[in-house]
Design a protein around this ligand. Sequence first.
Ligand code: PHE
Length: 443
Amino acid sequence: MDRWSSRLGFVLASTGSAVGLGNIWRFPSTAAENGGGAFVLLFLVVMVLVGVPALMAELALGRRTGRNAVDAFLEIRRGSGWGFVGALGVLAAFLILSYYSVIAGWVLAYCAKAARGQFAGLSAPMLASAFADFAGHPWRPLAWHAAFMLLTVGVVLGGVKRGIERWARLLMPGLVGLLLALLSRVLMLDGALAGAAWFMQPHWHQVTWQAVLRATGQVFFSLSLGMGVMITYGSYLDRAEDIPRSALYVAAADTGIALLSGTIVVSALFAFGLPVEGGAGLIFVTLPAVLGQMPLGPVLTTVFFAMVVVAALTSAVALLEVVVAFVTQRTRLTRRGATTVAACLTYALGIPSALSQGAYPIDLFGRDFLGAADHAASNLLLPLVGLLTALFVGWAWGAGAAVGELHEGSRGFRAARIWSFSIRIVLPIMVAVILLAGLLGIP
Ligand code: PHE
């Protein structure tokens, strides 16, 4: 049976799974498209009311059963249909990994380009068109996508324990340090403060149901919820670990890093006079532009993208691990076999996402393929699985039994009452209303 090698290791690995492209790439662009400060506020509210309780529930479910995302449900309610919820989660992990590794491939490519000094002296508009050229190239993104997938496979094959834990310990502090340095530089640019202010002020008329849905999807995505990751990671967890406390650490680190990169990206957009309208390429334009103006620009740009690669890698590993844990526990495939098969299938599913950025127009429901996959996974599947998981934990397993699990290893879980109330009532109602409003297209 796989186990984390230390208590700290688990917190680091979960933080590694939570902190990724969702914080650095997805949060800033989604916020920019959905009203800036209003979106940030919604994100924080949903994070506290929905995200944190759901995170504790998934971890508790995983640790209690010690099983993969599907069997965790079946272990508690044998022969029930609840395994379907877990299966939807595995499906979500599979779908998300397919395009997540495409974007991570772009980051890898940008790391290599930066190391070769290719961004030196380019203005922000030039960087914007360079990015469009790169992402629209007929085969380069596919090659980088494959390279990133190989890295992910390498880590999962080696076992998650030592590699991931050690990398996360080393690189997370480095990432935060670099982001803080970047923030202080960006805020000194002319016009940047207006961007920071826009990011902090809620404009209430921009709070629409669609924005609420996107904020909810972002919380699930960012905390790696609703796709079996936290159930799987919880299943490798020691009984002596304090789940409520760890969940708070993970959520706080995740939120902090999202806010930090959001402020940097949006302030830089204002300072360079670029339109604040989001889009997939934000971090590929603003960050090289800002970093390029700093002393040692090319070095810093390379280091920055290298850190984003690692952040994405610890997340991609978690996604692949969900599928691998399910397959190895359910079939006779070995870890090696399961990893290879899962990686090849995800790679194939990622191809249309990679090509849809300009090489070949592949559209679905009025979005490019990558955008459609991201929307379907994050704004529909994840909240749906999250809602059903909360109902399962709160009612089918029973909030009382789950609280018992949360108490174990914890130095007094004082919020037990509040947690039970949110997992049984607040979370299901909130997420159901938001999903319905979103699906019905209420603006
Ligand atoms: N939470 C990760 C991020 O914010 C993405 C992720 C999603 C990782 C799902 C694992 C599982 O980038």
